[in-house]
Design a protein around this ligand. Structure first.
Ligand code: ZN
Length: 136
């Protein structure tokens, strides 16, 4: 039996013994329980989000002033904006045009010059689908 059903039973008992004071106090407890339940659900969601962020963080490698997502078996995806990831814990893909000397973030307009030292250990993936790791 959950707290809500238990509270309904207690209110029913208070009603049957015609104790108005007890009924009022139980109603106040019921309101507090509802608020606690709501807070608990919100905290659980925040925990899920933070775990997801920590997982993504572990997959990220910082190289050439941007983040690259290590996608297993030596594959890399990216680049991702360091300003968005470090500042807002948001994974924002940067544009990576071969004809452009810069990587550009379309979320915060951050621009980073591609280093002349070549690409990171592995070439970034060419696919450019949207990624929303932290969206709700
Ligand atoms: Zn950005």
């Amino acid at each position: 039996m959950g707290w809500y059903e238990a509270m309904k039973d207690a209110l029913r008992v208070a009603d049957s013994i015609k104790d108005a004071d007890l009924k009022l106090k139980l109603a106040a407890v019921q309101m507090e329980c509802a608020k606690l339940s709501e807070d608990n659900a919100q905290l659980r969601q925040e925990l899920v989000d933070l775990r997801k962020q920590a997982e993504v963080r572990q997959e990220m490698d910082y190289a050439n002033d941007v983040y690259w997502r290590v996608a297993g078996e030596g594959k890399r995806d990216g680049p991702f904006c360091p300003k968005c990831l470090d500042g807002k814990a948001m994974l924002a893909r940067m544009s990576n045009q071969a004809s452009d000397r810069y990587w550009r973030c379309h979320v915060c307009d951050h621009v980073i010059e591609k280093s002349g030292r070549g690409s990171p250990r592995n070439s970034p993936s060419r696919e450019d689908k949207g990624m929303d790791f932290f969206g709700s």
